[in-house]
Design a protein. Structure first.
Length: 248
């Protein structure tokens, strides 16, 4: 249980509250039970350190108010919109016999002992927190799910999680799922565009060579064709000579 020093404050105006904050303190209120609301202030530095811890709003804190101990539960924290520093906090006084509704986090242990996870299974967490109705004197810090021996295809329902005495989920009438261990999904890799482009270029080069060869082949003539062409040319020359007039 975390401990936090607190002082009684008598501030009444916004100016007095701003002065209190400028000195490194955060104003707060304790309410609940038969006692009257109590105005207090706590160290901003100490409060900030506690806020960085997990599950701050679901853990009981022991407030030491001028030498007296008072167990409280943080209920609401207000922050500055620019600096994100705490500017006010509300505490619920813990009264024996009272009940409260809280969001309790789920913790998974022995991941390395799960054969399903070793074979590539995926832990699908459906609920990271479960809303429970708890007695103020018996609030669990977390709900533990043991993965030891768990294989692919198994699921964890709320009935499989051990709850403290007199602690019940707010969802009634059904055994809801908290997590499942699913089979690994195989993702088909897409074809690489670069390789496809290289293949296209290679095909173009190969196709260009035969085309050029065909063009060269068209330009060549066989010896027989060449001889025929020469005879035609000689015939034409002879005709040209006959057509010329004889000189007298």
């Amino acid at each position: 249980m975390n401990t936090l020093e607190a002082n009684i404050r008598n501030t009444k105006t916004k100016g007095e509250l701003n002065t209190l904050r400028s000195k490194g303190n955060v104003p707060g209120v304790i309410y609940g039970g038969e006692d009257k609301n109590q105005n207090i202030s706590v160290s901003k530095k100490t409060l900030t350190n506690l806020l960085e811890k997990d599950n701050f709003l679901s853990n009981i804190i022991n407030l030491k108010i001028e030498g007296k101990d008072q167990n409280v539960l943080p209920r609401e924290v207000k922050f500055d919109i620019l600096s994100d520093e705490p500017t006010h906090i509300d505490f619920l006084r813990i009264v024996k016999g009272a009940k409260i509704v809280l969001q309790i986090p789920v913790k998974f242990i022995n991941n390395d002992k799960s054969p399903g996870l070793k074979r590539g299974g995926v832990l699908n967490i459906v609920r990271r927190k479960v809303e429970l109705k708890c007695p103020t004197e018996n609030i669990p810090n977390e709900l533990v799910v043991d993965l030891d021996g768990v294989d692919i295809g198994q699921s964890f329902k709320i009935s499989a999680i051990k709850l403290p005495d007199n602690v019940h989920p707010t969802i009634q009438g059904r055994d809801f799922v908290v997590a499942t261990l699913a089979a690994p999904t195989v993702i088909k890799e897409p074809e690489k565009p670069a390789e496809a482009a290289e293949g296209t270029e290679a095909t173009g080069e190969d196709g260009a060579a035969p085309a050029s060869e065909a063009a060269e082949g068209d330009g060549k003539t066989s010896p027989a064709d060449s001889a025929k062409s020469d005879k035609k040319d000689d015939g034409k020359k002879g005709d040209d000579k006959k057509s010329q007039p004889e000189k007298k």
